[in-house]
Design a protein around this ligand. Structure first.
Ligand SMILES: Cc1ncc(COP(=O)(O)O)c(C=O)c1O
Length: 444
């Protein structure tokens, strides 16, 4: 490790809480621009992460920078709780216009995906008179009380509580939960919910909402069969249950639609946004029925501040004016094809799946048993870093390489990243990355 990086890492170890860390390699960032990140030693990396799908419009986007500087010159902080400013009302209108649904909507603003989902969970009982929520195994909805209890990712299921939030299997075509054929897994998952869960521990007339990711991200970059969301929507309508789509990670153009649920043509009651909405600044939003977001009390003092709302507007403007949704579709298709080609060359790759600039590469020790190759995933990610590419891994078994580049990435840059991944996969298969090298980086 270079001396400056080692010195900063040593301080990090002593001074910064481990509870905030998911570390894969020793990266100390100095600056970032477009799709490239430069560390404190001047080494440049191509970014296949968007910092956990935050930087959809790229780093230091010029449109974003200009808008933020203009707002900063007015004031470094303008809140929303007991005052008002134009960026908040303008952003609320834009979000209402962007989300489908012919009903009276309003927008709640917060600072993170966690607080937005927390708010949905907190306000639901008052708005509906019902106490239960259904969520999906593998889901990641946040790290605060209710949002944590909605989550069912392996990294967050050891906390106590959440007895009124029932977790059911997510239809995973590569690892079908009931061992059925991939195409049937959505139908089986819905039937399990309606014919078993609803008839045993979770009466549907006491279910306020079902919260779901249209494509599951941290759970393993899973794309469910196309009939899953429409069937879930029908179930919600039948029992008068709110359908809540958590688009915190995959919304804002990433999958080649503004929102990932739009691939399935459903109309959610509630859409939850965060991460890339603020382009890296703390901003989240719940776009939902007036009845829900007007029920109760849920705020943070810095909620919906003018700087973050300005970032939200700049994100939407950039996505629209730079045609980033179309780019996510075409460059994403190109990326998917390239990853499929890698699969033919590397036995370690069991599955490649994704939509647009949201792709997962599942590593397995054996194609028949599908035994997860978790250590190998950690080594590939580490080796790619050494070779100049940033990529993370996710999944219930920590074995899925997550490829979520900024939506501004070009096909030439995709080629560059794929070449590095190819080399990293070869090096790991050849035993060139030791266990000791990755030991300090536990990932998750
Ligand atoms: C789908 C989803 N929802 C919510 C969250 C929580 O967002 P935050 O970490 O900003 O609180 C995440 C974070 O990864 C997420 O992926």
């Amino acid at each position: 490790m270079p001396a400056k990086v080692a010195s900063i890492f040593e301080k990090d170890k002593r001074l910064i809480a481990d509870a905030t860390k998911i570390r894969f390699f020793p990266l100390v960032v100095d600056r970032a621009d477009g799709t490239r990140i430069t560390d404190v030693e001047g080494k440049q990396y191509l970014d296949f992460t968007s910092a956990w799908a935050l930087a959809n419009t790229g780093y230091s986007n010029s449109r974003m920078r200009a808008a933020l500087i203009e707002q900063l010159n007015k004031s470094t902080f303008t809140g929303l709780v007991s005052g008002l400013h134009e960026p908040a009302v303008e952003l609320a209108q834009r979000l209402i216009d962007l989300t489908p649904g012919d009903f009276e909507k309003k927008v709640w603003f917060g600072l993170s995906g966690s607080d937005a989902n927390e708010t949905v969970g907190r306000l639901l009982p008052a708005a509906t008179g019902k106490r239960r929520i259904v969520s999906f195994i593998g889901g990641y909805h946040g790290t605060t009380g209710t949002s944590l209890n909605m989550s069912a990712h392996i990294a967050m299921t050891s906390d106590i509580g959440g007895g009124n939030i029932v977790k059911v299997p997510y239809p995973h075509p590569y690892r079908p939960p009931f061992g059925e054929a991939p195409i049937e897994c959505a139908e089986k998952a819905i039937r399990f919910l309606s014919d078993y869960i609803f008839k045993t521990i979770c009466p549907p007339d006491d279910v306020a909402a079902i919260i779901v990711e249209a494509v599951q991200s941290d759970g393993g970059d899973i794309v469910p069969p196309p009939d899953f969301l429409p069937m879930l929507e029908a179930l919600c309508r039948k029992h008068n249950i709110y359908l809540v789509l958590d688009e915190v990670k995959v919304g804002m153009g990433r999958t080649g639609e503004m929102f990932a649920f739009q691939h399935a043509d459903v109309v959610p009651d509630v859409v939850v946004l965060g991460k890339s909405l603020g382009g890296g600044l703390p901003l989240s939003a719940v776009v939902g029925p007036r009845k829900l977001v007007d029920s109760g009390f849920s705020l943070f003092t810095a909620t919906g501040n003018a700087l973050c709302c300005t970032a939200g507007l700049a994100t939407i403007n950039t996505i629209e004016q730079d045609h980033l949704i179309g780019k996510a579709r075409t460059v994403g298709d190109y990326l998917h094809t390239k990853l499929q080609t890698l699969r033919t060359d590397h036995r370690l790759i069991g599955d490649v799946r994704g939509l647009g600039m949201f792709q997962g590469v599942e590593l397995v020790k054996d194609h028949t048993s599908k035994e997860p190759a978790a250590i190998e995933a950690a080594k590939v990610v580490y080796r790619a870093f050494e070779l100049g590419l940033l990529v993370f891994y996710v999944g219930m078994f920590s074995n899925v390489l997550e490829i979520t580049p900024p939506l501004i990435m070009t096909e030439a840059e995709v080629d560059e990243g794929i070449d590095i991944l190819d080399q990293a996969l070869h090096d790991v298969a050849a035993g060139r990355v030791s266990d000791e090298l990755i030991a300090p980086f536990a990932g998750w």
